[in-house]
Design a protein around this ligand. Structure first.
Ligand code: CP
Length: 313
């Protein structure tokens, strides 16, 4: 693994998940092996979990970190060969090569604009930065993928598995008042479909995700039918991929509640957070025995730690 960009960066997802859980269970195995190394985290968008978990993961490995909020000041030119006489003051090629002189590893968060689908799905900022950087690059949520979240999600599913039979995993859309990216859902599907679990996706018509990520999954527009006998309910809102970036429905009938959870096989409830309580999911589900949201959020630290360890080892 040279960069951590998506599931395609990983040779064997089952092994990576297993190793990350082992590292969590044996923290002494990794005591400060990278003392003297430096890490830069660049945020073009805000974060609570990703920033704290990735920074602390690096610190626990003995790495010195700096986080930069780049939302306001920086506009990198991405296209090669352009005459840079407009508002963009630095080319991404120069930024990536300069940063590589200072630090041993870089992590970047950059959300999509949700206006131009083709542009967003080229994921150019991440792609060009990885192309020009001379050190490993971690995707901390790009326009289309959130792989640190997905590793966390699979660790949490594995930790809650009571036997080795493949589970019924349901990815359920839920309403939200703002247009959100598809990155968490794309990424979750990209990772979970490479395991032995059976995946069902449920959402209102018009919310179909890109075919590439839904291959091998059942799609059911009836949420209650999809929940039947589920072992895992993973909930996430996303804006439409087909009518790109649009909110097509805010139907509160899609909110996750205890009545729907009762249809499942005592399923665990998962969400990447942040979540809007009583819009996406009721307090009753969030605070129930079935909810593993805090374990899931806690695993962000262990997932990030294992990824940094693998990249610098
Ligand atoms: N789940 C997640 O990425 O949370 P943050 O946006 O707070 O980092």
């Amino acid at each position: 693994m040279t960069d951590f960009y998506s599931a395609d960066s990983i040779e064997n997802i089952d092994i990576l998940v297993k190793e990350a859980i082992e590292m969590k269970q044996n923290p002494s195995l990794d005591s400060s092996p990278f003392k003297g190394k430096k890490m830069l985290l660049i945020f073009f968008n805000p974060s609570l979990r990703t920033r704290l978990s990735t920074e602390y993961a690096a610190k626990e490995l003995g790495i010195h970190t700096i986080s930069m909020n780049a939302a306001e000041g920086w506009k990198w030119e991405i296209e090669p060969g352009v005459i840079m006489n407009m508002d963009k003051a630095e080319h991404i090629k120069d930024a990536a090569k300069v940063v590589s002189q200072y630090v041993d590893i870089v992590a970047i968060r950059s959300f999509p604009g949700l206006k131009d689908r083709e542009d967003d799905y080229r994921d150019e900022l991440m792609q060009h930065f990885m192309e020009h950087a001379e050190v490993p690059v971690i995707n901390m949520e790009s326009s289309i993928f959130h792989p640190l979240q997905s590793l966390t999600d699979l660790m949490t599913i594995e930790e809650n598995r009571i036997d080795q039979r493949p589970l019924k995993v349901v990815l359920s859309w839920a309403p939200h008042p703002r247009a959100l990216p598809q990155a968490v859902s794309n990424s979750f599907l990209q990772w979970i479909t490479r395991t032995d679990h059976a995946v069902t996706i449920t959402h209102p018509e018009g919310y179909e995700l890109k075919d590439e990520f839904t291959q091998g999954c059942a799609i059911d527009y009836d949420q209650q039918r999809a929940f039947k006998d589920a072992d895992i309910i993973y909930t996430k809102n996303w804006s439409s991929y087909q009518q790109y970036g649009q909110i097509l429905s805010e139907d509160q009938n899609w909110m996750i509640n205890k009545k729907k959870m009762a249809l499942t096989n005592q399923a665990k409830f998962m969400h990447c957070l942040p979540v809007r309580r009583n819009v996406v999911v009721t307090d009753g589900v969030m605070d129930s025995e079935q909810s593993v949201i805090y374990q899931q959020a806690g695993n962000r630290l262990h997932a990030a730690k294992h990824v940094i360890y693998k990249l610098l080892k």
